[in-house]
Design a protein around this ligand. Sequence first.
Ligand code: ATP
Ligand code: MG
Length: 202
Amino acid sequence: MSGDDDLGVRRVGIMGGTFDPIHHGHLVAASEVADNYALDEVVFVPTGQPWQKDAREVSPAEDRYLMTVIATASNPRFHVSRVDIDREGPTYTVDTLRDIRAMYGPKTQLFFITGADALARILSWKDTDQMFELAHFVAVTRPGFHLSDEHLPADAVSMIQVPAMAISSTDCRTRVAAGKPVWYLVPDGVVQYIAKRHLYRA
Ligand code: ATP
Ligand code: MG
């Protein structure tokens, strides 16, 4: 159908993450939120390279970006943005939201998709009021899990339960380092990209 833009407000999901590597938990979460909130598209935003030496090395931004592109390429509603990896300095969610808002313009409703663990961290930062003005927050949790936080503004944050929550990037990296398979935890193309680039080898 043409003329999508004439129908009014565009609903855009934003899924930020390190994506080191992107896995099916991320993709299921984005797909479930897109379905539940009738999103027109979801933009995956890999984080910038940490400038401090972290507890562990994060893979190069270009590798994480390409894995995210490979994983989302077949879905016409999934896109990948370079805003965070092309911005200098550490990634703050408020900057991500401002940049995406600037790209899409005021006639767009933004939904920031995040795991409940990451949400707790984001809300401990400054600028939360601005973040809530820029986007509605959707926290994904595993079935049966309840985020108990009294100072969560109910109108700014929604909860949604998704399957496949047990998959994590940490576990995928540990598996590759141990020579164990990551088939079916991450998309096939990502398995092949990890092997080609020798990522996560011990
Ligand atoms: P790591 O193990 O390195 O922390 P991760 O698997 O949590 O990696 P991130 O790139 O840190 O992946 O996560 C990006 C976003 O996706 C965060 O909001 C996180 O909470 C969420 N997320 C991570 N894993 C899942 C999952 N299995 N299901 C739903 N959301 C997830
Ligand atoms: Mg994480």
